[in-house]
Write a protein that binds this ligand. Sequence first.
Ligand code: BGC
Length: 460
Amino acid sequence: MAKQRILRFPEGFLWGTASSSHQCEGGNTNNQWYRWEQQGRILTGESSGFANNWWVAAERDFELAEQMENNALRLSLEWSRIEPAEGHWDSAAIDRYRAMLSDLRRRYMTPVVTLHHFTDPLWFTDRGGFANEANISYFVRYAVYAVQALKDLCDFWITFNEPNVYATLGYVIGSYPPGEQNMMSAFQVTRNMVQAHVEAFYALRPTQPGGQIGCCLNYRLFDPANYLSPLDRSAAGLQETFYNWATLEAMETGRFIFPLNMMLEPIEHAAGTRDFHGVNYYTREMVRFDPSIPNELFGRRFVRSGAIRNDPGLDNYFGEIYPEGIYRILKTVYRRTRGNKPFYITENGFSDAEDNRRPRAILEHLAMIHRAISEGIPVRGYLHWTLVDNFEWNEGWSVRFGLVELDLLTQRRIPRSSASMFGEICRANAITEAIVERYAPEVAEAIFGTGAVIERQVPA
Ligand code: BGC
């Protein structure tokens, strides 16, 4: 029988996709993103509208995930549906989520549920959102309510998706609501979200003693434009410290790194409040020192020339497709957290409407994850962003991250070639030589160069 090279993943590895309520459900009109859309703040002038129509028919897309033999799916709950007005709980919303989670379980998919993915109910926004420390208890109360109502269907919870993105884009860059450009507010928001995570963790633990509770952070690579320039190196170091490590460090220890520790109160009992690390990774940027931009921490960010890139968006934050970055991030987070918990890749994806870079990019990123695993980093799952093209926040519908293409007008789903490739990987729990030969033969040597095992080929 023929032999082939193979990168096999650990038994029980979770394979699936990630998504969020506002980006997929449609008809969300009671959160701050809807208001932002109504104010004409989306770069394309679009709005989320019916989105992927998940509130009515998510099951149709779950079926696509099942066909790809995914064994997990990450989605988020829409707080503004569950608690539409302060202290008013909508049992019909819970019923709909119960139906969705039950459907996933029927298909043998593990639900991974995010409690907060960028959207806040309007009543919460109008009280100052996460900028106001007094509001933390609202989030904790909602988290307990939701977990209590759904815990028989799910035991895998993510409190927050990317507090670092929520704070940076909403309060420093201003491209997400509330559109502020105020570094101090961003620090305060980050602090309050970490505190909310810690409080939610302690409140949820007794609600569901066996549940897994984590939080996702977004990590980017910031590399100096010129490695020989100490100024470029410092500017890149500052960016990565603030973007990647300040929130992680606060989550791990409750303390803020210098000089934030001078302005922000430490968080008590933060250590040990995550059962796993959720890693969201997309891209890297190069950084050149520029004294004229103190707001950007003296670093001008740009995409390296010659880089393989995501689709050029209007003002998109996804430049270089840089597979090694996921390995470097896993290694660094592992070291910084002293290897204390397992990892899940809770997001990784590419905007590539034509799907001519995505298959190769998926293979290369997975090979890098495999390399990290073979070096002892406990990565337990990979959730690709995303299943079907969805509403990409400030970029509207212009950016296409789906394994499956969405025709917005007809709601027709058209699986991209990446979808069939991802299905083959999930089915095999491995990257096989046959898969690489079929979808991206040009990277076979890079993929199997190290760490590949030779196995007998099992007929498909
Ligand atoms: C967010 C997603 C978003 C994706 C692509 C992530 O940072 O969690 O909501 O769609 O990036 O932009």
